[in-house]
Structures are given as structure tokens and as C-alpha cells.
Design a protein around this ligand. Structure first.
Ligand code: SAH
Length: 552
């Protein structure tokens, strides 16, 4: 092997659902210096890659120029020499060695003396039927299954998807027909037949199979965009296969599965019945906080594109800001001065995490909080505090900053005639640099420590812009997320942002946004979104609302 060369990993990305990427694949992507990817790879998987990695798209959409296989091979060798000791991830749909040309790429790497490793992926051949409720083998029905290419071509593009002919069946060129297949053997084979890349040539394939004696009534299913939110199953029989493709406009990527097992799909289909199946949602929360909502939405069948609008950064040490006007004269806080406060108020999970990190870094621990009362803006922050062994004394019923301000203000005795019988609680607010002044308005005597900084994301990579552009709706949890989103995805004419247009160029899709909190809602409305707002300011409540919205 060459010294001073990078290592190439041929990684299977699975069929579409990002949850079907292997742990090994994910860990390589997280440390990749370069990611060379195909068009079938889900944006959510691209989102898992090292954010500093160079992203190289070699599988543009069918109508665009695609990088030829021979060029991809060269690219991999070239990156290996450009990144000595580096990690070059070659990310391919499904499994790299199942009609994925992974073998060809590996041979080229061996010839060039480049070290490589294969990270298998879940092939669409088996997983896509599974997501349609079709087991490829089943006792008493099929004792074998066979994965067959429905397309033969000498040199083609990166991912061997026979586009554009696969997309327009009527124009299917017979030149790509799999004439070399042993049709008599396939026709007499009692097992399940699974064709990849077979849509464009299905007329030819079905005819040949029937000519060779396969029962024209053999059940068959086309499964389009399997495991993605857009999965669709179309059932037919061998004799109606070709006409069904045209009538139902079955398009690539799709697999064709033939045999008795197909009937089971009528009973076992599960994916297409999920409440959020077919929905692609953009979650604009900061990465750290997005995972909870992402998991819940994904479990309901949605595809989630995590697109944080802000990045938060814990400050090395808290900064004291006495009042909004004092913002410019901030100075480092001293943890010993915590002794001067009776109530600590937290308004976000970030605030909690940052504060406790700083507290520990300063050489203190939670004993310094002994005897203090703790307030939280809502349930999520309250739960975060529990992780640090702290129970909250005050949580407003409405989970808003306003509510917290009023609740804490009610603890302060009104200074009327005569001395108060109990001391005025001294309040410390632990917030981010962008926190608004709601709390300070209600609590003018409070002190504010800024424990973390919020920096807006200023640019989205192209692949992410494309993914966001094709989404059904956007989830907002703060006004700043709305404002920044609108900046990143500029408005189109007539108030319809271009990202809200369906990618196929047809009518604009509804400008739906799902919002947490009334302030977020009004910010979204101001920018022309239709809004659906959760009843409570919790993720559970929002997820429930989203599911209800789409079940209508
Ligand atoms: N290496 C891939 C196959 C590459 S060939 C794998 O193991 O899955 C590309 C073909 O795979 C497509 O034409 C289609 O037939 C099939 N395919 C890939 N992803 C698919 C998906 N999500 N749904 C349906 N078919 C898919």
C-alpha cells in the first residue's frame, strides 16, 4: 500500500431511511475528510457527515450531468493522494457490492495501491420489500429469493441507475434490456424474483418470462422510493406489469418483486400506513435539541431534515449583565457571588447545560447551590435540571417567559408603607446572549448572567438547501429560528419563498410551519407562513399537533 495516502471506505448508505445506515458507516462518516456520494443517499445521512468534510455529489438527478464511473474511480484515487492519512468516504445507495459497482471501484483502488475497506449496507433488494410488508422468503410460499438486474449497459453513471430511460418507461431503450439473463431458468425458478433497475425494461422482462413459461398471473409489486417518506407500492401481475407501470406512472428508483410472497403485502403493509408517512419535515432546532423531536417524528413515518438555524456555544465563564443597557459593560462573573442570590432562574436547556459546565470548570460543584430556590421556564428545562440532580421550585403554568416573570415577581413583596416582614428574594437569571428582556421587565432588580452565546447559522450547504426546498413543512421553536430561516432561504416573488415550491415545478405546496409558542407563531405569520401551533410549549404537544394535522 502507498505511504502517505488516504484510506477509502466504500460505504453502503442503505435504501433511503437514514435509520438503516450501519453504526460502522456512521462512525466513518463522522470523521470523513471527503464524502463522495450518489443521488439516492438521504439528506439526513449527509447531515451525519463531518461538517467540515468536502462533499462531492457524483450522482446528480437524471436530467443533469452525472459523473461517469471511470471518473469516479479516478476521483477516489485522487482524493486518497490529496488527503494523506485522511478518510475518504464513498457513500453508495443500498449495499456497495449489490449492483453498486463497489467491486469496480475497489479493483481500481487496489490497482492504484490505495488502502480501502468495505462497510456493507442494507440492500434495497430485501429492505424495500420489508418496508412494504413483503417478506422475500416465507415458509410454504418461497424457499429462495433471487436478486436480478433489469438493466444491462456497458459504461454508465455512478450509481448504475438507468436514468433517464428508467424514468420515462415509454421511451425505454431496448439497448439496455437485460438480454443476457437466463430467462428459461428464471421462469422455472420457484423462488421470489427481485428485479433492480427493471422498470424501464419491464415490458421486455415480463414478456420473456411468460414466453419461457412463467405463469402470467404471478403476483408482482413495484415498490417506488422504498423506505423513504415517498414510498409507494403498486400491485400487478406478470401479464399486467408493463401497462401498470404506464398507468400508475411508476418511476425510479423502484424495485419489482414477483412471486406468491407479494400477496402477504396486502396484510403486512405497515410503513405506508404511518400517520406521517410521505412527509419530509425540516426541524430548525439547534442540533443538540433536535434529536428528541426527530426521533418522535421519524417513528411516525416522517423524514426529518435537521437544519439548525443557530449554533450555541457555552461561554468560558458567565458574563454579568445588570440590565439590558448594561449589555455593553459585561464582565466575567464570579461563582462566589452566587452567595448573593436566593433564586436562580433558567430559561433554556442550553442555559442549564452551560451553567453547570461552567460551575464545574470553576472548581465548584452543586453544593454551592445549597438552600437556593430554582425556577424554570417550562417542562423541558425542568427535566434538564433534574439530570443535574436539581428539582425546580417554580415553574409557571403556561411555560412562557412572561409567566415565569409574573410568577417570580409575585414572590417580591410590594414595597408599601412599613417594613416588609420577609426579605426580598434576590434573583439571578441564567440566559443566552440573545434572550429577550421579558424577564427583566417583570424583575427589574434581577441580575442576568449570560452563560452561552447563540450564533446564527449563516450558510447552508447546497445539498441541504435542496433537501429543505423539497420539504412539506418547517418546524420552528423560536422567533430567531424563523428570522434566520427566512434569511437563509430567501423569499421568492409574491411572498412565496422558492423553497416552498414543489421540486417538480408544479403548484406551490402549502406554506406550512409548525410552531412552538405564540411568539414563534407570530414571527412565522409575519413572513407569510401558514402556522399550526402546539397547545403547550412542549415537543410532545407539537408532535401530537403535527400528527393531527396530517391525519385530517
Ligand atoms: N446497491 C444498491 C442498488 C443499486 S442499483 C442496493 O443494494 O440497494 C439501483 C437500483 O436499486 C434502483 O434502480 C432500484 O431498482 C433499486 N433501489 C435502490 N434504492 C431503492 C429504493 N429506496 N426504493 C426502491 N428501489 C430502490
Amino acid at each position: 500500500m502507498k505511504e502517505n495516502s488516504g484510506k477509502v471506505y466504500l460505504i453502503g448508505a442503505g435504501p433511503g431511511d437514514p435509520g438503516l445506515l450501519t453504526l460502522r458507516g456512521k462512525s466513518v462518516l463522522e470523521k470523513a475528510d471527503v464524502v463522495v456520494y450518489d443521488r439516492l443517499v438521504s439528506p439526513a445521512i449527509l447531515g451525519m457527515c463531518n461538517p467540515k468534510a468536502k462533499m462531492v455529489d457524483v450522482g446528480k438527478m437524471p436530467t443533469h450531468h452525472k459523473v461517469k464511473q471511470s471518473e469516479i474511480n479516478k476521483l477516489l484515487v485522487q482524493f486518497a493522494s490529496e488527503f494523506p492519512g485522511g478518510v475518504i468516504a464513498r457513500l453508495k445507495g443500498g449495499d456497495p457490492f449489490v449492483f453498486g459497482r463497489g467491486g469496480e471501484e475497489a479493483l481500481e483502488l487496489v490497482a492504484a495501491g490505495v488502502e480501502f475497506e468495505v462497510v456493507p449496507g442494507i440492500t434495497s433488494a430485501i429492505s424495500v420489500p420489508a418496508y412494504a410488508g413483503i417478506p422475500v422468503s416465507h415458509r410454504g410460499i418461497a424457499t429462495s429469493f433471487h436478486i436480478i438486474t433489469g438493466h444491462e449497459k456497458a459504461e454508465s453513471s455512478s450509481n448504475v441507475i438507468p436514468a433517464p430511460t428508467d424514468v420515462i418507461p415509454a421511451q425505454a431503450g431496448i439497448s439496455s434490456a437485460p438480454v443476457g439473463l437466463d430467462f428459461p431458468a428464471l421462469a422455472h425458478c420457484p423462488g421470489t424474483l427481485i428485479f433492480l433497475m427493471g422498470i424501464a425494461n419491464m415490458d421486455f422482462i415480463a414478456k420473456r418470462l411468460m414466453e419461457c413459461g412463467k405463469d402470467p398471473k404471478t403476483p408482482l409489486a413495484f415498490i417506488e422510493k422504498g423506505t423513504t417518506p415517498y414510498q409507494r407500492t403498486v400491485m400487478a401481475t406478470l401479464e399486467t406489469a408493463a401497462e401498470t407501470i404506464v398507468r400508475e406512472n411508476v418511476t425510479a428508483p423502484a424495485i419489482t418483486i414477483m412471486g406468491g410472497v407479494v400477496e402477504l403485502g396486502k396484510t403486512l403493509a405497515w410503513k405506508e400506513n404511518l400517520p406521517l408517512s410521505g412527509k419530509r419535515l425540516v426541524v430548525t432546532r439547534a442540533a443538540k435539541q433536535a434529536s428528541g423531536i426527530t426521533a418522535r417524528l421519524t417513528a411516525l413515518g416522517a423524514e426529518v431534515i435537521e437544519t439548525p438555524m443557530i449554533e450555541t456555544r457555552t461561554l468560558e465563564c458567565p458574563l454579568v449583565m445588570a440590565s439590558p443597557e448594561g449589555a455593553r459593560q459585561s464582565r466575567p462573573a464570579d461563582f462566589n457571588s452566587l452567595a448573593n442570590f436566593d433564586i436562580l432562574a433558567f430559561t433554556s436547556t442550553n442555559g442549564v447545560e452551560s451553567f453547570f459546565n461552567q460551575l464545574l470548570a470553576s472548581g465548584n460543584d452543586i453544593r454551592i447551590l445549597a438552600g437556593k430556590k430554582i425556577a424554570s421556564v417550562g417542562k423541558i428545562t425542568e427535566k434538564k435540571l433534574l439530570e443535574y440532580g436539581i428539582r425546580c421550585d417554580y415553574v409557571p403554568e403556561d411555560h412562557t417567559g412572561e409567566g415565569l416573570g409574573k410568577l417570580l415577581a409575585s414572590l417580591i413583596p410590594q414595597s408599601t408603607e412599613g417594613a416588609t416582614s420577609y426579605p426580598i428574594p434576590r434573583i439571578l437569571l441564567l440566559q443566552g446572549n440573545l434572550a429577550d428582556d421579558t424577564l427583566l421587565k417583570h424583575l427589574p432588580q434581577a441580575t442576568r448572567w449570560v452563560v452561552y452565546e447563540t450564533l446564527p447559522v449563516v450558510e447552508l450547504p447546497e445539498w441541504k438547501r435542496e433537501a429543505v426546498a423539497s420539504a412539506d413543512a418547517v418546524v420552528f421553536a423560536s422567533t430567531s429560528a424563523v428570522e434566520n430561516f427566512v434569511k437563509l432561504m430567501p423569499q421568492g416573488t409574491a411572498g412565496v419563498p422558492p423553497y416552498l415550491k414543489a421540486t417538480n415545478g408544479s403548484a406551490p405546496i402549502p406554506q406550512t410551519s409548525f410552531c412552538i409558542g405564540r411568539m414563534t407563531e407570530s414571527a412565522a405569520r409575519k413572513h407569510g407562513f401558514e402556522t399550526v401551533t402546539s397547545d403547550e410549549t412542549t415537543m410532545d404537544s407539537l408532535v401530537k399537533k403535527i400528527a393531527e394535522f396530517y391525519s385530517k
